[in-house]
Design a protein around this ligand. Sequence first.
Ligand code: 13P
Ligand code: SF4
Length: 307
Amino acid sequence: WRTQAPLIVEINRLKREKNAAILAHNYMTPDIFHGVGDFVGDSLALAKEAAKSDATIIVQAGVHFMAETSKVLSPEKKILIPDLKAGCSLASSITGADVRLIKQRYPGVPVVTYVNTTADVKAETDICCTSANAVQVVEWAAQQWGTDKVILIPDEFLARNVARQTDVEIIAWAGHCEVHKRFTAQDIADMRAAWPGAEVLAHPECPAEILEAADFAGSTAAMNDYVAARKPAQVVLITECSMASNVQAESPATQFIGPCNMCPHMKRITLKNIHDALVHERFEVTVDADVLDRARLAVQRMIDLPP
Ligand code: 13P
Ligand code: SF4
């Protein structure tokens, strides 16, 4: 922390000079999350903040699909990502052409797309969802389209998790988060044996066996809220490693115990490349006008749903 302090001070100065804001996802390391993030949170919260902010430059401390989503919602702003290679295994599991083929196969069935997708994929979509609102969005789409089926892509585990909570039939895709799919039911069994009193919280991108064994499943923001409200003595967060470090700051009385997995894409973002992004105003994320307008419809529909 002490060695990072001058860089944090300089980044915060650059933000003021350039009227820039930093959107930091919950999986950013604590130096970014607490040191320079203007808005922090889950995918849904960051997408909304990008649209509301009056900054002219947004630095997305997160992965590429998040920067695209910010651009889609704020086309007039300059959206920067500190490392263009910060991708996502879910976003790269499906293309716009794939979605067009799925739609041909299931005519009249609405397409709900997880926000962890490219703008190209969102442009083929009827409405987006996040892990926090997927059940609500699926039920809304089924009702609006008057169907008993909904296509929910690309996360197969999120789709299965939603299918357990609704009567709507879910048509899924075989995309996975490379971080959450590595957890096993044995991980949870081992934790329960070692820490019998610990509460186990898992992200809905985990395989079904994990979610069945957990005490609670929710988005990164939902996990944060759960810990803040219930203040468990010990908690296991089955998700990306930085999550526990960031939540811990607000719940010092709770003991956070492993296991966790690291997202190599999120970890490409550092204080150093955030600084360079602000100095050189790089790397700008752009989206074709036609794709942007169609993708915005899908994201905006989600944002406009009642809470
Ligand atoms: P949420 O923050 O929406 O829960 O998403 C988690 C994630 O994996 C983002 O990449
Ligand atoms: Fe993608 Fe998973 Fe990394 Fe999130 S944690 S960016 S879903 S690979």
